[in-house]
Design a protein around this ligand. Structure first.
Ligand code: 13P
Length: 250
């Protein structure tokens, strides 16, 4: 039985003081909740948020990290620095990293393997563009992103992997994939994992949906068989909007 996993990707929003205020409010709103919740602040906001969620079960993640552990890489942040802050989870391969900063499947795979070598959990994002979907390339794109992104990841290490299916055309656009379309993509991804690993690994894998998730559509999405959670962008920026998504089943 897979447990729902609801995550908020703040992208480049929330100063340290705003992040701390949000986190304190979320901690008190979630008292007694057993839902697995993660928030991913920008790097400089992480310490304030880590401090604010202390004692709660909220996971604080990074939105990205370097493909190296240390050295002459101006402007980069390494896994060692994140771990020193108590951050053990990282989002990798977000479509904005792919499209705006040229991250390739090979580069993302290098980061995935590095994070796993540091015993970090990875939330690996995949998803097709509108032209890929309309051109009938959905399965080809997902197959490439999953196969390349997870190259060299052992069956044992798959316990640390969450996948987030985020169709690029649904991100920040207000257009959500229908629960049926999203579920079909998730089912395809799960069948792919069963082929690459085992049926057991595929059945345990958490696959989040991302792309204009909000309070009004969270329940319909999450009630689908293969949708095990959400990676929320815009609606994760206020507790008022994020909380009903976390509590979609209440
Ligand atoms: O990219 C996303 C989360 O990583 C989704 O963003 P939105 O929820 O704003 O569409």
């Amino acid at each position: 039985m897979r447990k729902h996993y609801i995550a908020g990707n703040w992208k480049m929003n929330m100063t340290p003081s705003e992040g701390a205020a949000f986190a304190k409010e979320l901690v008190s709103a979630l008292k007694g909740s057993t839902t697995k919740v993660m928030i991913a602040p920008p790097f400089v906001t992480i310490p304030a948020v880590v401090e604010a969620v202390k004692g709660s079960s909220i996971i604080v993640a990074a939105q990205n990290m370097s493909d190296n552990l240390n050295g002459a890489f101006t402007g980069e942040v390494s896994a060692l620095m994140l771990k020193d802050l108590g951050v053990n989870t990282v989002i990798l391969g977000h479509s904005e990293r792919r499209s705006l900063y040229g991250e390739t499947d090979q580069f993302i795979n290098k980061k995935v393997l590095l994070a796993l070598s540091q015993e970090m959990d990875v939330d690996l994002c995949i998803g097709e563009t509108l032209s890929e979907r309309e051109g009938g390339k959905l399965e080809e794109v997902l197959t490439r992103q999953v196969t390349e992104g997870l190259k060299g990841v052992s069956e044992q290490q798959m316990k640390r992997i969450t996948l987030a299916y985020e169709p690029v055309w649904a991100i920040g656009t207000g257009k959500t994939a229908t629960p049926e379309d999203a579920d079909a993509a998730h089912a395809f991804i799960r069948s792919l994992i069963a082929k690459l690993y085992t049926k057991g690994v595929a059945e345990e894998l958490i696959i989040q949906y991302g792309g204009s998730v909000k309070a009004s559509n969270a329940k319909a999405l999450m009630s689908k068989e293969h949708i095990d959670g959400a990676l929320v962008g815009g609606a994760s920026l206020s507790v008022e909007q994020f909380l009903p998504i976390v509590n979609f089943d209440k």
